[in-house]
Design a protein around this ligand. Structure first.
Ligand code: F6R
Length: 262
């Protein structure tokens, strides 16, 4: 794992955008795993502006989102399908048929989860999976005690997550759905590269546990420590509780892999 600390939220988002853009340029038919949430909004804005300024081409990309609420149709502004259309897909030259979000309205959710896993396999697996981290330590909607080998499935959301996401539901956690379909931790770890982005002081404590603490199913984000190609980009606020900040900075300044991004 490599941790890159950027001075500001804007610079962290900018770096994440540039890294994704570099991967799309290197492999135009990239299979991209996507996340939703407030942290990602800036990243998608960044990708849109890179497309506008440098002609970044998404026409051959395929995408798979991590998760979707159960019981909210794709046309509803609270759904993650709507979020993706609004923040990214309608703003870049991606073929909507190549974009995938689990169907939270499926009558048979177990079959939907199996179908989603199959679609990822058929696409040849995910090249780069973008991740945020929840205040309770989830990636996707893998809440505490999610098996580290779990696959796409239905999951009940914790009160912490429903509180965290209440802002999108008029501030009322009771309006946040109780369940979601999410890629499993195992599904996420199968991606060939992981990029986790965390910004803001509210993520500092959980981020330090996920990155520097023991691997535990209580904090599904800690499973990224198992991945051989994982990058974590954070701003100073989110990095506040990390112990090895100097070492991380040294790696970013010196490792050739980061040269084009410094
Ligand atoms: C959303 C997702 C979640 C979020 C996480 C952080 O698709 O998978 O794991 O990435 O809850 O959300 P924000 O960015 O809103 O703090």
């Amino acid at each position: 794992m490599e941790v890159v600390i950027q001075p500001t939220l804007e610079q962290a988002v900018e770096l994440a955008g540039r890294l994704i853009a570099a991967r799309v340029r290197a492999k135009p038919d990239l299979v991209l795993g996507l996340a939703t949430g407030r942290t990602m909004e800036g990243v998608y804005d960044r990708l849109v502006s890179i497309q506008q300024s440098d002609g970044l081409d998404f026409s051959r990309c395929r995408t798979f989102n991590l998760d979707e609420y159960i019981g909210i149709p794709g046309e509803d502004e609270h759904s993650y399908r709507y979020y993706m259309n609004h923040h990214l897909f309608s703003r870049v030259n991606i073929d909507r048929a190549n974009t995938h979000v689990p169907d939270g309205m499926a009558a048979d959710l177990q079959a939907e989860a199996a179908r989603y896993e199959h679609l990822i396999d058929e696409a040849g697996g995910i090249d780069l999976q973008l991740l945020g981290i929840g205040e309770g330590g989830h990636i996707g909607f893998n809440e505490p005690l999610s098996a580290l080998m779990s696959r796409t499935r239905e999951k009940a959301l914790t009160p912490v997550t429903r509180q965290q996401n209440a802002a999108m539901f008029g501030g009322d956690p009771d309006k946040v759905p109780k369940r979601a379909v999410t890629m499993g931790v195992g599904t996420i770890l199968d991606a060939r590269e992981l990029l986790l982005l965390a910004t803001g002081a509210a993520k500092a404590s959980i981020l330090a546990k996920a990155v520097e603490g023991p691997i535990t199913a209580m904090i599904s984000a800690s499973a990224i420590q198992l991945h051989p190609r994982c990058k974590v980009i954070v701003d100073t606020e989110a990095a506040r509780e990390l112990k090895e900040r100097k070492y991380y900075d040294w790696i970013f300044q010196n490792e050739p892999e980061w040269q084009e991004f410094r």
